[in-house]
Design a protein around this ligand. Structure first.
Ligand code: SAH
Length: 234
């Protein structure tokens, strides 16, 4: 059980249960491995400084966190799934990566260390929390002025329901069943509004497009389709 107010215990339990799967690229988390090079490139192409201090919010097993650390960034990863953090720490140790993993919420860290990160990433996490606006606000508080935030999530549209939930979880089985609940998915304007209220300026949006025949993802610019990623500056 977590004692954090803006966390859904059922969601955290779900990620605790699948924690052993984080580093199996062929398993149910394989999707995150498949999109990782694209999202890393998206971030790196937009990142203003070398060796930035980066925070990865909702880091899970550390798929993106490790990729960021390998580029030379100094990285902190936070999550509320203890089991996922255990796996993340083990994996980083085994690969000689120095990552500061913490069991902490973004809201709590924002109280302790406001204005201390050059970049905050928060990928595929907002659709699992009760109040995404609060997480976005905390991410904004954690950034230095001029710092960049990257959020990715899934759109709440009939197409996203069909592709991300029906096809993704039941037909192609790319994700564990029950990973996403439709009502928690996030429309782009909702994300932009929360970011705006938090003091972030919208810089751009791209989508990860899946080709079920080739089983590959590509990045489409200026588009918020099913799975989209947006960049903001403080
Ligand atoms: N960002 C990672 C993992 C995405 S899965 C990646 O894209 O590879 C979503 C993660 O968010 C899970 O690890 C889950 O435990 C975490 N999470 C859910 N609610 C959270 C909260 N309130 N605070 C921090 N992490 C949370």
């Amino acid at each position: 059980m977590t004692e954090f107010s803006n966390a859904d215990n059922q969601e955290i339990t779900k990620f605790d249960r699948v924690a052993q799967l984080w580093w199996d690229p062929e398993g149910k988390m394989g999707n995150l491995h498949a999109i990782n090079p694209l999202r890393l490139r998206y971030i790196m192409d937009r990142m203003g400084i070398a060796q930035p201090r980066v925070l990865d919010v909702g880091c899970g097993g550390g798929i993106l966190t490790e990729a960021l650390a390998k580029t030379g960034a100094r990285v902190t990863g936070i999550d509320l799934s203890q089991m996922s953090l255990d796996i993340a720490r083990q994996h980083a140790d085994q690969h000689g990566l120095d990552i500061d993993y913490r069991y902490e919420s973004a809201e709590q860290l924002a109280q302790e260390q406001p204005g201390s990160f050059d970049v905050v990433t928060c990928m595929e996490m907002l659709e699992h929390v009760p109040d995404p606006g609060k997480v976005i606000k905390a991410c904004a508080q954690l950034l230095k002025p001029g710092g960049q935030a990257f959020f990715s999530t899934i759109n709440r549209t009939p197409k996203a329901f069909l592709f991300a939930i029906i096809a993704g979880e039941y037909i192609l089985r790319l994700l564990p069943r029950g990973t996403h609940s439709y009502r928690k998915l996030i429309r782009p304007h909702e994300l932009y509004d929360w970011a705006n209220v938090g003091g972030l300026t919208f810089m751009g949006v791209s989508s990860l497009m899946y080709n079920p025949f080739r089983k590959t993802f590509t990045l489409a610019s200026d588009k918020a389709d099913v799975n989209y990623m947006a960049c903001f500056v403080k």
